[in-house]
Design a protein around this ligand. Structure first.
Ligand code: ZN
Length: 479
């Protein structure tokens, strides 16, 4: 990936290399100590890259030492995706095989993503050739944290030390302009090296984190969201490329729920600028949750309805766990069907899949949703009680859950006669439309979800004449 402005200059340089047919000095070195040879691109190379539905614009073919110290040819695709020459051939042949088998279509075919459900270890290289700066290390930690905040089947462990082959991904610094480059996954393993360029020294923390999130995304198989146009780089390379493509080329193997067009805040755009935020947008998250999914299924079970949850686990054997109040009706390595053992259950549930490489679980709710907590505030900016003398007495009912509806009522105390009942609303918060005289009352609330309406749950609360300040009381949140 590239900083947009610098990229424009680089593209000019690339076109010179492509058109001048000279065996020129490459304009970046992977490492100053590495042999680094650049080859001319042939029509055959371009066809291969198109076959894999990458954008062949600015394609490069180089040779350098691989992680085992052996010279190997690599394509550099869309400026920062690095795939070995041999791997491209294997990807093309396995793509054909998969088509014949009509296998599940993902953003990439199965050989180009990482096996789901595993812990990946990432080493930030902090010594020797390729050592990261302190700022780059901090940004790498931030990027790993962002990945670990996702609800996906991959977990990440970050360590720092000298580069070697023992871990899944090495994060290193190499010579180059502002940007980075990363290897693509193969055989279910992540791309082994994510690189940040020396040209990022001086970049702000968000930019550095953005680059790591982006390059790690490539090591997991994410491609550029604007691969078809490279629009983020100020280009429009779509028409000529797509005219010769297969029918589904523009957004091929598109991930459901993500845009097919230009997604201006995606962390996986080919180029970035200095105002990036260094985080995923909601569509990036959808893509990763799709590729590395947790068990999939209903988020709510009512009564004793049976529900089936499915798992994408690359075929490894699975042991399932559930809470004791969920019966397992059937299960295998890719699905489980469960049923609450009583229609009176309301509370959290889960199905947990344990495999040899890791554990993932899907959490959901069983039965009606009860009120956990109510927060009170009043017209003079204080919490915990209401004012009989001011407007603006407000409440917040927890938990807030999309699709549920809320209702409250006010009762006298201690007689508990109902003084006011609100309408049912989709909002869990609001202003109370009823103001009684000073004294103690009971505020009750209830929630309706698809399984039904909960019982009323109440809290004592004091209405105070706040004309001369507050000082009232309540027992909010003690249930
Ligand atoms: Zn990239």
């Amino acid at each position: 990936m590239k900083n947009y402005l610098k990229f424009a200059i680089l593209l000019f340089g690339i076109s010179l290399i492509l058109t001048s047919c000279e065996k020129d000095t490459p304009f970046t070195n992977e490492k100053l100590t590495n042999d680094f040879v650049e080859y001319e691109i042939t029509e055959e190379d371009i066809l291969k890259i198109r076959e894999l539905e990458f954008n062949p614009f600015a394609l490069r073919l180089i040779s350098q030492k691989n992680r085992y110290g052996i010279n190997e040819k690599y394509y550099i695709i869309e400026e920062d995706i690095m795939i070995s020459y041999n791997q491209v051939d294997e990807m093309i042949s396995s793509k054909k095989t998969n088509k014949q088998q009509n296998s599940k279509s993902k953003h990439y075919h199965s050989n180009n993503i990482v096996n789901n459900i595993q812990t990946l270890t990432v080493r930030g290289v902090n010594q020797g050739n390729g050592a990261l700066t302190n700022a780059q290390q901090t940004a790498l930690s931030g990027a790993i944290q962002k990945y670990n905040e996702l609800n996906i089947g991959l977990d990440f462990v970050l360590t720092f030390g000298a580069e070697d082959n023992s871990l899944d991904i090495n994060a290193i610094q190499v010579v180059g302009p502002a940007g980075g480059r990363a290897d693509f996954p193969f055989n279910g393993n992540p791309g082994p090296i994510a690189r940040i360029f020396t040209g990022t020294n001086g970049s702000n923390a968000n930019v550095l984190r953005h680059i790591w999130i982006h390059e790690l995304g490539h090591t997991l198989g994410l491609r550029h969201t604007d691969w078809f146009s490279l629009q983020s780089c100020g280009l429009n390379q779509s028409e000529g490329i797509n005219s010769t493509q297969e029918p589904n080329a523009n957004g091929a193997n598109h991930i459901p729920g993500t845009p097919t067009g230009y997604d201006v805040t995606s962390v996986m755009l080919a180029c970035f600028n200095n105002s990036v935020l260094g985080k995923f947008n909601s569509r990036d998250i959808i893509a990763l949750e799709y590729l590395y999914s947790l068990p999939q299924g209903a988020s709510l079970i009512c009564g004793t309805t049976s529900e089936t949850y499915t798992l994408d686990n690359d075929g490894s054997s699975v042991t399932w766990q559930t809470p004791s109040y969920l019966n397992i009706l059937s299960s295998n390595n890719t699905s489980i069907t469960v049923q609450p053992n009583s229609s009176n259950i309301n509370g959290p549930g889960y199905v947990r899949a344990i495999t040899s490489s890791g554990t993932v679980q899907k959490e959901f709710w069983i039965g009606k949703r009860y009120v956990d907590w109510v927060n009170f505030s009043n017209g003079i900016g204080e919490d915990g009680y209401f004012c009989s003398s001011n407007n603006g007495n407000e409440y917040v009912i927890s938990p807030k859950i999309k699709g549920n509806t809320y209702q409250y009522r006010l009762l006298s105390f201690p007689s508990l006669s109902v003084l006011y009942t609100s309408t049912t609303t989709s909002s869990n918060s609001g202003t109370i439309n009823y103001t009684p005289s000073p004294g103690w009352y009971v505020f009750e609330a209830r929630i309706t979800n698809a399984c039904g309406t909960s019982d009323w749950i109440g809290w004592e609360v004091e209405y105070v004449d706040c004309t001369n300040g507050g000082g009232g009381h309540g027992d909010q949140g003690e249930g």
